[in-house]
Design a protein around this ligand. Structure first.
Ligand SMILES: NC(=O)c1ccc[n+]([C@@H]2O[C@H](COP(=O)([O-])OP(=O)(O)OC[C@H]3O[C@@H](n4cnc5c(N)ncnc54)[C@H](O)[C@@H]3O)[C@@H](O)[C@H]2O)c1
Length: 269
């Protein structure tokens, strides 16, 4: 596959989309932007709902690759997750197949495996093939997205890197985040690797920086050529002083998904 140049960035108005809009052009990409909401300062952005199949197909036409960030990024009633994350991701993959796009980087999440106990002491890092244990309907939608990506690779030869993102923000804001933080610069490095590595088929990777307090294994991400440069540890002293170390007896601090595991569920209504 030739190196992609024109890339559709869905969810471009969101937090991660805004960070990636600033960083990815330095890698030589021309970004086409899509979001449900207008993208500030970007009058050419496509304002469309993933539910609109025609608009999605038009947005996909002519791009070399897609970074798929759009969707609901927290827990929500199942019907909303179904429309935005499950049906929306299906519409995007169908459009990509119909338009011959060869590579997608899919923003999956740690919440696809959020019930996995976090390592303590000398426990091994969580492997990328750990069994799925979604902690929310949101996490369940990311499991669907990963399986959809596998199906479209096996059936149609459309390649995907599913990036199980930890927390990509300018700075970590909690003690838990020290273990799963991905700096924006490392996020851009990882998406670049996901778009340019050869023969990825469908590959699942963990998305974080090389944190001292890392909980999960970055081997499959590094195999794509990802070379993380950042570590959350410089933020640790302040956060631990404010919040204390994580308490393994607290169910909200014992598993990879953190509070998503224990927050009251949002049931259909
Ligand atoms: N930021 C993180 O640390 C993190 C961690 C794990 C996973 N992720 C995933 O990465 C992606 C981006 O995360 P974020 O933090 O920027 O979220 P965000 O909520 O800030 O942005 C999501 C964007 O998607 C758009 N969107 C929602 N539904 C849509 C639809 N039906 N059609 C078109 N656009 C729609 C929203 O308008 C929003 O701008 C999400 O898929 C999220 O689940 C992010």
């Amino acid at each position: 596959m030739p190196a992609p140049r024109t890339v559709l960035l869905t969810g471009a108005a969101g937090g991660l989309g805004t960070l990636m809009r600033a960083l990815l052009p330095d890698y030589g990409y021309e970004l086409r932007l899509l979001d449900l909401r207008p993208v500030e300062g970007e009058p050419d952005a496509v304002v469309a709902d993933l539910a609109d199949r025609e608009a999605v197909r038009e947005a996909v036409r002519g791009v070399d690759a897609i970074i798929h960030l759009a969707g609901i990024s927290l827990e929500a009633p199942f019907e909303k997750i179904l429309t935005a994350n499950i049906e929306g991701t299906y519409h995007l993959y169908e459009a990509a197949r119909e338009e011959g796009v060869e590579r997608i980087a899919f923003a999956s999440s740690n919440h696809a495996v959020g019930y996995t106990p976090r390592p303590r002491g000398d426990d091994p890092l969580i492997p990328v093939d750990t069994p799925r244990r979604p902690d929310t309907f949101y996490g369940l939608s990311k499991c669907f997205g990963e399986d959809l990506a596998q199906l479209y690779w096996d059936k149609h030869g459309l390649e995907t890197v599913s990036v199980r993102i930890g927390s990509c923000f300018p700075e970590p804001t909690s003690v838990r985040m020290l273990s799963v933080w991905m700096s924006p610069a490392d996020g851009a490095r990882l998406f670049h690797a996901a778009l340019t590595a050869e023969d990825v088929g469908h590959t699942v990777v963990h998305g974080s920086s090389a944190n001292t307090r890392l909980w999960w294994d970055l081997t499959s991400a590094r195999a794509l050529g990802y070379d993380p440069q950042d570590d959350s540890e410089p933020f640790a002293a302040k956060l631990v002083a404010e919040q204390g170390e994580l308490d393994p007896a607290d169910p909200a601090q014992a598993r990879l998904g953190g509070r998503f595991v224990t927050d009251p569920p949002i049931w259909p209504h």
